[in-house]
Design a protein around this ligand. Structure first.
Ligand SMILES: Nc1ncnc2c1ncn2[C@@H]1O[C@H](COP(=O)(O)OP(=O)(O)OP(=O)(O)O)[C@@H](O)[C@H]1O
Ligand SMILES: [Mg+2]
Length: 1019
């Protein structure tokens, strides 16, 4: 008879994995400690395997003493941080067989099994050892009876005792015997890597840690709910408990089979005549289980019932459900899975930056599976980013797209995503049937909808971007009552087909791109004219919205309406596209439908309504293009008030944003229609447009000649906004004609009308102009106050074009105040706003301002070049200098000529004339580098451009540089490229500016640095 002491480090595999280096040392130290204590107590180590020890003792008391000594020593030992070394032990006594120096037989097996059910720090003993020692315990050592336990694979239950005493841990979880199975699971291993989701995993863990026992992971098909749940479940294995069980519900077609399937997975046997749910609940009892109910949306009711029963009757059971729709039972915490992060749609991100986005990581990982050697690089970065964005970061869609890389490039896949349902069909054969094609993925959700929900979903596909409940009611209702639409929409949100997002207290709805494509296909397949009806309903809704907005813009509550139009702009664009789709209003639609009965009219009205919105918030050029196209349509030619309004709006936008050469004809036509219809408002407006055109093109007398007529017509309408509008025009003309008194009078009256109407936009303009003329009149304080108020209005109400203009005005005010540094600050601020907003109509003025600022405190040669740039831009825009601008410019030209001499001034000025707008801006905004030598002044400015400027050269310019580097003369280059010698020279001037190279030798050096290969002429 001997007593066996078996010991092992708890979870040694995990520790080795966590920190192999530290574990090497710790394991050695542990092994030495165990051996020392065993031998010190008179025992003998029979066998070791890694950290597992089998020791044998003749005296059971010695075995017990060794066990306690080892626990105390290990407990007191400073182990490396993060490497908790805890030893589990088993004591058993009996007669053993010896074979090859080892002990074998049932006594050894029993000690092994006992070792397996204990915890780190725990010393267990069988009844046999207990009996031998019961009366011989040393001081302080005692026993705790842990009751009977069935050990793994052995029939007879064993009474198990735990040794207690000083230096020994006392509390442990239940033994991992068959009666209390340790963490067990049926989680499948995954063939592919898991990507990202750190934040989602943390939140799910904290939900569980916070005591939520029923968590539903919800979200659209293929977004990664199941994969995420598996990851959470795998993490739960480490936390103890009685097991983690995955129940796959996707193949369970009948609701009655849900409880039965769960019972089968948990190994619970059905009892005849008793509902399986009752048996299941009893069997789970107070066991600490985590059950994952995966893919529950099609058996939602049965899953909810089961969840409810488990929550009520099994206090330590936890449920993690994945479903496209939440269960809707009390106590359920719903976690909605977001798509994987996608790169910004409108920015070119370099490959290294792209890899930070989880969608890109997933795509690249799967891509490498389908195309050997696939790496994200410059050649495919844009296409991959596009794929991720257009597939909304949905993992399944990305996997299906990557699967196409076997036969198509990323760019080809990206280009075909409009036909995504035909393209994305190559799912893994082992995947769920609904994961084999993109269409099947959505079919699964669509088929679970009731017909009315299917219809609403299909109709919602006509929205571009997000929409409101009111929009859905107008567009998707199609005869259904408002409440019904609300209910259907809510159901679609629950089922993750429609996304809902609350912004500032109001909810906006959205379809993922793939769902929108799918729903659009469904709508197109619906019988009758439903597609056209829905599109028309959509257009009419936005027309009504724009018309209502029109009555609020330039009024006290315009901010709300501007934001609303902005939020709806994608939809407005789609509504306009519908009007443009049928070019002359007579062709039948592509599917044979009749042309809309209302032709161009609704589109014209819609675009016209956007005139003020465009002025305040941008999109002007785009709307102007639409207006132009619609005005050209044959069915838009009738002389209606709609056409007249559209013509006037087009004139306004052309004066601001576009080519204004057609303004006189358009304004003339509008005036004629207005006259015929006796519509004073349109007439006043149209006359004002014509006057502004004349003014901009240097015909001040022509502008002044007719503006009183506009003012008179406006006053007859009594509309304060229109009166303000015309007065503002007249004030500018008067000011330019040096009648500052008349300008002040009109501006003050305009301020009064604008304030009364709550028209902040025109108030800002009036204040800005007041400030400007006050400045010219020398009333500096009043001027600054008004300009500042105007600028604050433009900034706080977000009128980008005004902001751009006011910063420019403030710059000119500073020039008049002889503060070129501050002026430059405003001009550059104006240019920055131009870049952000796309409002280009003030750029020429800003360039003049920057030239003047350079003239005042900068290098005269650079200033002269910048004057050339500014003059060129005025000329290209067809603009003349306003009085103040003209005066400042002339003074500056004269001063620079005097400083440089005529020839140098002319040379620099002419160089400025040849620069493009972009190069001119680059030159004007390059940080001023005062140069000690006057001769190097121009190259210094050019130098600022030359940094990284190889890319600035056009193809033609590179060709010329290559020829220069090959030794060709100007004439030879001209002959070779079929150009005139003068053209070659002006190209060379531009190249020199860009390259910062004055002499041919410099150009040759530049060519080498820029990697442009020299081309030698053969003869
Ligand atoms: N984070 C991820 N890392 C790697 N692969 C992922 C990830 N998320 C999802 N996938 C993969 O995307 C595919 C779809 O994921 P999953 O099955 O989890 O979607 P689901 O939301 O459960 O879809 P359904 O609504 O159809 O049940 C699977 O192939 C999955 O392995
Ligand atoms: Mg799933």
């Amino acid at each position: 008879m001997v007593t066996l002491l078996f010991t092992d480090i708890e979870d040694s595999i995990g520790l080795w994995e966590a920190d192999p280096e530290a574990m090497t040392e710790a394991s050695g130290r542990h092994n030495r400690m165990v051996r020392e204590q065993v031998e010190a107590a008179g025992g003998h180590v029979v066998k070791t395997m890694g950290e597992t020890f089998r020791a044998v003792f003749a005296d059971p008391l010695a075995a017990l003493a060794a066990a306690v000594a080892i626990q105390r020593a290990v407990g007191a030992e400073p182990w490396p941080p993060g490497l908790p070394i805890r030893v589990q032990m088993a004591l058993h006594s009996g007669a053993c067989l010896r074979r090859d120096g080892d002990y074998v037989g049932p006594v050894v097996n029993r000690a092994d099994r006992l070792l397996a059910i204990g915890h780190g720090g725990q010393v267990l003993a069988t009844a046999a050892t207990y009996e031998l020692l019961a009366d011989r315990l040393p001081g302080g050592i005692g026993w705790r009876d842990l009751g009977e336990h069935r050990l793994q694979d052995l029939g007879r239950a064993e009474r198990v005792f735990q040794v207690t005493g000083p230096g020994l841990a006392g509390e442990f979880g239940p033994l991992r015997s068959l009666d209390h199975p340790g963490p067990r699971h049926n989680l499948p291993s995954q063939a592919t890597s898991f990507v990202g989701r750190a934040a989602e995993l943390a939140e799910l863990r904290s939900l569980a840690g916070g005591g939520s026992r029923l968590v539903t992971i919800a979200g659209p098909g293929g977004i990664g709910k199941s994969r995420l749940a598996l990851q959470v479940a795998a993490g739960a294995l480490a936390g103890g408990g009685d097991g983690v069980w995955l129940v796959e519900l996707a193949p369970v077609a009948e609701p009655e089979l849900v409880a039965r399937t769960v019972a089968a997975v948990l190994g619970v046997r059905e009892e005849p005549g008793r509902p399986v749910l009752d048996t299941l609940v009893d069997a789970v009892g107070d066991r600490s289980l985590l059950v994952v109910l995966d893919n529950a949306e099609h058996v939602l009711g049965a899953a909810a019932k089961l969840a409810d029963a488990l929550m009520r009757c099994c206090p330590r059971a936890c449920l993690l459900v994945t479903s496209r729709e939440p269960l809707g039972v009390s106590g359920e915490r719903v976690f909605r899975v977001p798509p994987l992060a996608v790169p910004p749609a409108d920015l070119a991100v370099p490959p290294a930056g792209l890899a930070a986005f989880e969608s890109v990581q997933l795509f690249a990982d799967r891509a490498a599976m389908h195309r050997q050697g696939f790496v994200l690089d410059e050649s495919n970065a844009a296409a991959v980013a596009g794929i991720c964005v257009r597939l909304d970061g949905i993992p399944l869609a990305l996997e299906l797209a990557a699967a196409r890389l076997g036969s198509l490039s990323a760019a080809e896949i990206s280009a075909r995503l409009d036909q995504r349902f035909g393209l994305l069909t190559g799912g893994s054969r082992t995947a769920l049937p609904r994961h084999q094609t993109l269409r099947a993925l959505i079919d699964w959700s669509y088929d679970l909808l009731i017909p009315a929900e299917q219809r609403v979903l299909a109709r919602l596909s006509v929205f571009a971007g997000s929409w409101t409940l009111a929009g859905a009611e107008a567009v998707a209702g199609g005869g259904a009552g408002d409440w019904q639409v609300l209910d259907h929409l809510a159901a679609l949100v629950d089922k993750s087909l429609v996304l809902a997002d609350e912004i500032g207290g109001s909810t906006r709805y959205l379809l993922l791109e793939t769902v929108r494509h799918y729903a659009a296909e469904r709508l197109a397949r619906r019988p009758g004219p439903e597609l056209d009806e829905t599109r028309v309903a959509h257009r009419d809704y936005y027309l009504a919205l724009a018309e209502t907005a029109g009555t609020h813009l330039r009024g006290p509550d315009e901010a709300v309406w501007l934001d609303r139009l902005e939020a709806e702009f994608d939809n407005i664009r789609a509504a306009l596209a519908l009007s443009l789709a049928d070019p002359d209003g007579t062709e039948p639609g592509p599917d044979g439908t009749e042309p809309g009965p209302d032709g161009a009219e609704p589109g014209l009205r819609l675009a016209t309504e956007l005139r003020w919105f465009c002025n305040m918030r941008g999109h002007g050029a785009e709307i102007l293009e639409v207006l132009n196209a619609l005005l050209e349509r044959p069915d838009a030619q009738r002389s209606t008030l709609t056409r007249a309004r559209a013509l006037t709006a087009a004139c306004h936008l052309r004066n601001q944003f576009g080519d204004d050469s057609a303004v006189p004809a358009m304004a003339g036509e509008a005036m004629a229609i207005a006259r015929d219809h006796a519509d004073d408002a349109i007439a006043a407006d149209a006359v004002a447009q014509l006057c502004w055109f004349r003014f901009e093109h240097g015909d001040l007398p022509g502008a002044l000649a007719r503006i009183d007529e506009a003012a008179r017509l406006a006053r007859t309408t009594g509309d304060p906004r229109l009166i303000t509008y015309v007065l503002l025009h007249r004030a500018v003309f008067a000011g330019e004609g040096n009648d500052v008194h008349a300008a002040f009078a009109d501006l003050q009256e305009a301020c009064t009308f604008a304030r009364a109407a709550g028209d902040n936009y025109q108030l800002a303009i009036a204040l800005g102009n007041l400030g400007r003329y006050e400045h010219i009149a020398g009333q500096l304080q009043a001027a600054r106050a008004h300009l500042q108020e105007a600028n604050t209005l433009a900034d706080s109400f977000s009128y980008p074009s005004l902001y751009v203009a006011f910063r420019q005005m403030m710059g000119f005010a500073d020039l008049l105040d002889a503060d070129p540094g501050q002026a430059r600050h405003h001009f550059i601020g104006s240019l920055d706003a131009t870049r952000i907003t796309g409002v280009k109509s003030y750029v020429h003025g800003v360039l003049l301002g920057l030239a003047l600022a350079a003239g005042a405190d900068g290098d005269p040669t650079v200033a002269a070049t910048m004057h050339g740039v500014a003059d060129e831009q005025y000329e290209q825009a067809g603009r003349v200098f306003e009085a103040m601008e003209g005066g400042l410019r002339e003074r500056d030209h004269a001063r620079l000529r005097a400083a440089l001499g005529d020839a140098a001034f002319e040379a620099a000025y002419r160089r400025g004339r040849t620069l493009s707008r972009a190069d001119g801006i680059a030159l004007a905004t390059a940080p001023a580098e005062p140069d000690p030598g006057a001769a190097s002044a121009v190259p210094a400015a050019g130098q600022a451009l030359a940094d990284g400027s190889a890319g600035l050269l056009s193809e033609r310019e590179r060709e010329i540089v290559a020829l220069v580097a090959g030794g060709a003369t100007d004439a030879q280059i001209a002959a070779r490229l079929f150009l005139s010698v003068n053209t070659v020279r002006s190209h060379l001037d531009r190249i020199r500016d860009k390259a910062g190279a004055r002499r041919r030798a410099d150009l040759v050096r530049y060519a080498m640095q820029a990697g442009i290969e020299a081309v030698a002429l053969s003869s």
